[in-house]
Each structure stands twice: as C-alpha cells, then as structure tokens.
Design a protein around this ligand. Structure first.
Ligand SMILES: Nc1ncnc2c1ncn2[C@@H]1O[C@H](COP(=O)(O)OP(=O)(O)O)[C@@H](O)[C@H]1O
Ligand SMILES: [Mg+2]
Length: 257
C-alpha cells in the first residue's frame, strides 16, 4: 500500500508577473512566477542582482500590484495594499530609527503588530521584548542605541521585528547581505532555529554558498524567470556541480545563451 501525505501549501503563487511602466519604457521584472510554499518549509529565492527577487517579495507583501497572476495564503486570495497580519517582513534596506534603543524599537514594533483593539501594558511589553531579544541573541544590547549597532546586530534586530507579531510566515529580503562571515552564519543559525520552532520562511538572496544548509528548497530566478525550483541536491545533480556557486554559474550561462 502506498501512503501519500497530502500537504496544503500555506502560500500559493500562480503566474505572478510584474511589468514596471515608466516614461523611459517598460521593464518586465517578473514573468509567470508559480510556486507553493509548504507549512514549516524554508525556501530561498536565489538570483543575481536585478533578477526580480525584491519585486516578487513586494508583490507577496502587497506593496505593489501584480500585472498578472495571483497569490493565496491559506486558500484566501491576497490583494495588493491589504494588510498581511500573519506575515513578518524584513525589507532589503532595513533602517529603523537610529535614535531609539533596541528595546524601545522592538517594544514599539511589538505594539504595532498587536491585533487591533488588543490591550497591553508596560509589563507585558517588557516581557515580550526580552523574549524577542533573547531569541535573536540581542538581550544584552537592549539599552544600546540602534545607531551604535554593527550591521550583523542590526540584522538580528530586523529579524526580531519581523517575528514580533508571531507571524505564520516570515518573508526576508536579503537577510545576510552586507554581513561578514560570522554575521552571516549567526543569521542563518537564527533562521534555522525559527524553522525548528515551526515557522515557514521565504527569503531571497543574491549570495549562494551560505544558504545551502538553510533551504529545504531553492528557486533560481534569472531575468524575471524561475529557472529551477526544488532541492539543492537536485539542482547540483542537474548541473553536475559540486556546490551551489558552480551550479548557479552554469545556470546563468544557460539563461544567457
Ligand atoms: N520601481 C521600479 N521601476 C522600474 N523598474 C524597476 C523598479 N523596481 C525594480 N525595477 C527593475 O526590475 C528588475 C528587477 O528588480 P528587483 O526586483 O529589485 O531585483 P533583485 O531584487 O533581484 O535585485 C530590475 O531590472 C530593476 O531595475
Ligand atoms: Mg533585491
């Protein structure tokens, strides 16, 4: 007897396309992106600069309107400009107010993420802030001003604000970009911890090597087209490559032929 496990995707993207229109001409940034994200999965959307990764993320977040296609979350269609209360988000350029302390900022984000009409008090906020900062290893720096954080610490604060509303789905745009090797490794470990807690994560990155150990599946996007979607091992086998960087170079070569 064959046992089949049926999973329902948390997020379904179908034929998602975006053309930016401007006086200088049209830019087709994303073409017919389709993918299903399973609950508890980490998927990495990888591709070179200008591939359309941030466009995909902005469409998922509803910041921009798709030219074609649709997105459903738990079977409900998501519309552009509607709030995404179950999503946590780290933007590509994350620049919180530098004058706030880490604790003040996360407290504020926690309160902003509370469902409308929810009452909270200072004690509850303080407890939650310390839990969140603990989770990202930033509790010892709660009183430090954001302006005085290293890039890696700033990114960890960024992840803390992304999970402040206890989201079902976490969307991260280039979470390891600009970090030194230790900073990158720390962020990846942190994302793996979140995965172990059952979070579903979609992130995008133009950096490849470090994300290999993070992703259940990868999507390779070049020139707005999804060229591959599947497990890292299958991608390597398909390209007879030893690592993601080598496979990626071969893929880009194919894409430009
Ligand atoms: N607001 C915009 N108006 C016009 N073109 C844009 C806009 N945003 C992005 N693009 C273009 O769309 C393409 C994809 O960009 P983006 O999604 O930011 O790529 P990535 O995040 O992979 O680097 C690029 O060619 C970029 O120049
Ligand atoms: Mg980008």
């Amino acid at each position: 007897m064959q046992i089949t496990t049926q999973t329902t995707p948390i997020l379904s993207i179908r034929d998602l396309s975006k053309t930016y229109r401007s006086r200088e001409g049209d830019v087709e940034a994303l073409t017919n992106l389709s993918l299903d994200l399973e609950r508890g999965e980490i998927i990495g959307i990888l591709g070179p600069n200008g591939a359309g990764k941030t466009t995909a993320v902005k469409l998922i977040m509803g910041f921009i309107k798709a030219t074609r296609g649709n997105i459903t979350f738990n079977h409900e269609e998501l519309k552009a400009a509607e709030p995404r209360p179950h999503f946590g988000y780290l933007p590509e350029s994350f620049r919180p107010n530098p004058n706030l302390t880490v604790g003040e900022y996360i407290g504020m984000q926690y309160n902003l993420a509370l469902p409308a009409g929810t009452m909270t008090n200072r004690g509850e906020t303080a407890t939650k802030v310390s839990t969140l900062l603990n989770q990202v290893g930033m509790e010892p720096f709660a009183k430090r001003r954001i302006a005085r954080l290293s890039k890696g610490m700033g990114q960890r604060v960024g992840i803390a604000q992304a999970i402040a509303g206890n989201p079902e789905l976490i969307i991260l745009d280039e979470p390891t970009s600009g970090l030194d090797p230790i900073g990158k490794s720390e962020v990846i470990d942190l994302l793996l911890e979140l995965k172990n807690e059952g979070k579903t994560i979609l992130f995008c990155s133009h950096i490849l090597a470090e994300v290999e150990r993070l992703c259940d599946r990868i999507g390779i996007i070049v020139g707005g087209n999804l060229r591959f979607l599947g497990k890292v091992d299958n991608f390597l086998a398909q390209h007879q490559a030893d690592d993601l960087d080598e496979g990626f170079k071969k893929e880009i070569k194919c894409a430009t032929l």
